[in-house]
Design a protein around this ligand. Structure first.
Ligand SMILES: C[S@@+](CC[C@H](N)C(=O)[O-])C[C@H]1O[C@@H](n2cnc3c(N)ncnc32)[C@H](O)[C@@H]1O
Length: 221
């Protein structure tokens, strides 16, 4: 089970997540092995629970990162474009970039400036050159509105819960494209929202979760 995946190293954490069948994709395994969580969170990086980042935010639990990578994997092929809403530590942004490769692009948007700065420092240290080459772009802003300047995206990941289905983000998906988003207030579920090549939208409820909400920056701390 997911919460039994804690380990003493990044390698063993990824092994445990694979053994628990949280992911099956080899591309996900390669990305999670390449991006060591210790470069994104100092406290208990390999414990399978959320950990505090400061500024009222947390890095999500490793099993939730693994689920997100697995469900989005068909839209994380080399050359694809990704939006990571609430990029926080920058960990998942870096994993996405590993998967879409140097021809792809990942935009991370975060509404707390200090966390934008933190993710910039983390990525600079862990994936030197990824920011300079613009295969990762980090922006400060309200992720509920997406980032239309770089749209459309092959996939969008949302790292905090939306009150209701986020139309602005669905509008910024390519056709085909996929959105992975926690939705709800008292009770939340992750939804996989797919846009097909004709623009038709379908929704699949994946699992019940407990995420912090997408908020205004001044309400978070
Ligand atoms: C659970 S954390 C996950 C962070 C990141 N995915 C990670 O694992 O390191 C949720 C993040 O969403 C950010 N957030 C909340 N509301 C936001 C908004 N309206 N726009 C952009 N980011 C937001 C928070 O500041 C926080 O960094």
């Amino acid at each position: 089970m997911a919460w039994y995946c804690s380990a003493n190293s990044n390698e063993d954490l990824v092994k445990n997540l694979k053994a628990a069948k949280i992911f099956t994709s080899e591309a996900v395994e390669r990305a999670m092995k390449a991006v060591d969580r210790k470069n994104y969170v100092s406290q208990c990086p390999y414990k399978d629970t959320p950990q505090p980042l400061g500024f009222g935010a947390t890095i999500s639990a490793p099993h939730m990162h693994a689920y997100a990578l697995q469900y989005l994997e068909p839209f994380l092929k080399p050359g694809m474009k990704v939006l990571d809403v609430g990029c926080g530590s920058g960990y998942l942004t870096a994993c996405f970039s590993e998967m879409v490769g140097p021809e792809g692009k990942v935009v991370g948007i975060e509404h707390i400036q200090e966390l934008v700065d933190m993710s910039r420092r983390n990525i600079q240290k862990d994936r030197p050159g990824f920011l300079e080459s613009k295969r990762i772009v980090l922006v400060h802003g309200d992720g509920r509105k997406g980032f239309p300047e770089e749209s459309p995206y092959d996939c969008i990941h949302v790292g905090a819960a939306a009150e209701k289905e986020p139309k602005a983000l669905i509008d910024q998906l390519k056709a085909p494209g996929r959105l992975f988003v926690p939705v709800g207030v008292q009770s939340q579920s992750i939804y996989q929202i797919d846009k097909d090549e004709n623009g038709k939208i379908t929704r699949k409820e994946l699992m019940g979760v407990m995420y912090v909400p997408l908020t205004d920056a001044d309400k978070q701390i």
